[in-house]
Design a protein around this ligand. Sequence first.
Ligand code: FSO
Ligand code: SF4
Length: 542
Amino acid sequence: MFCYQCQETARNRGCEFGGVCGKSEELADLQDLLIYTLKGISEIVIKGRLDIKQLEDVNHEVVRSLFMTITNANFDDEPIIAKIKQMISMRDDLRKKALAEELHDAAVFEIRTTSDMVYKASYVGMIPRDNEDARSIKQLIIFGIKGLAAYKYHALNLEKEMEEIYSFIYEALAATLDTGLSVEELFLLAMKTGEMGVKAMALLDEANTARYGDPEITQVSTGVRNNPAILISGHDLTDLEELLEQTRGTGVDVYTHSEMLPGHYYPAFKKYDNLAGNYGNAWWKQEEEFVSFNGPVLFTTNCIVPPVSEEVRSRIFTTGVTGYPGCVHIGTDPEGRKDFSKIIRLAKTLKAPEEIETGKIVGGFAHAQVFALADKVAAAVKSGAIKKFFVMAGCDGRMESRMYYTQFAKKLPKDTVILTAGCAKYRYNKLDLGSIGGIPRVLDAGQCNDSYSLVMIALKLKEVFELNDINELPIVYNISWYEQKAVLVLLALLYLGVRNIHLGPTLPAFLSPNVTKVLADNFGIAGIGTVDEDIRMFMASE
Ligand code: FSO
Ligand code: SF4
């Protein structure tokens, strides 16, 4: 195995003997083989000029497959093996239709047994004939596409389609097989990945708000009640809706964990009086928080941390693209419904959650809510009450170095406002940072995909202040990343012309020195320094 797709990769170089995340060598190889098969499918679609509209099932399964390989989504070999078999069979059917010639091994290789598969999987991960820079940009594109697939998947669950996204995925994955492309051509594809990221986030935003309403200012309880309860984690709002429908009136409460917190901000979920609050913090604290929660946990997407305790494992359920060996997976019936009754039955036999904190988190500052406050915000900027906005979106993670973000938030001057989205917020969303003229100093737009809202807010401010360039705004970007959705969000921001983004706690290991230099020279991308130096530098910037 060799995997360097996330921020916690070993020695900031690459995981080679099992992942820091807990992924086994065999699973890492199998995930590589799944991606390799998707590249083969993509080449057939592109060279055979197949009509994307006729490929609905393939489109959907390609998106699901990509999402399954995102960091911390699926730790189970079995569903990955089943998915490889399914995709090889789809690929072979497509090849018969396409009649394309001179295909890459990825489009034609054959597998007879599972041990064949494991053997093949062990050597398809690297791109041996590419130079370091081409390989680096290709990985940037592939990781961005994994993030793109994640957002497309959620939109798909809300029946939103966009063929352009599938076409791009095929184009880009096929291009990663081409060793003749120049670094410049690959950069253009990376930018196009960002463009598609903007479209996918907009599509998902439209899907979420059409079905659940526009997020609004909401206070979410962090305490507990006395009823048995289910904890729901991940990002999929359709799963939250289904779980709330099925638990309604059963005496079982539902709490959100980590990235599901923003579910509370949507008006549609406020009618469920058993949606009791948010329990705990970001994904990486789940081990101890699941112990004290006492009840079952449902994962709808990443991030799963391999459970150490057998008892906790017996309470974990997965659905969608997630999986963990030994945990019950809830599938979808032919009508597209999920039956969560097993989880509800288990919840009723278990104790209510133990209180680990009390209080409230305030959030719901997605674009519509902030637009409603636009006059107030603009007046605060004009009067000098707000000097600067800090976009601190992205992910949280286990590394000690992420204390930087808590310290940074604490030390920011009182005339600044943090705009956040994603699980990065847990580093500072429970600090009492106060407000400026009634505007809280931490404005949480929602999940990582709601970074789209932060861009919408920036564009609105640009319009209000009649500026020509988004970079003239008093907004600076100090973003923390962990997995591949954050890679997509970064590419989306670059595509939109945002400059001087600081990325931490470390720069991606998959960026070669030359690619890092190009990103620094052309986009002003930089890492982070010390809290004091960085605050000084950001406050001094125009
Ligand atoms: Fe976090 Fe995990 Fe949203 Fe990620 S829970 S790290 S970028 O999956 O998706 O922010
Ligand atoms: Fe390592 Fe991250 Fe890959 Fe896991 S996802 S194997 S931690 S680089």
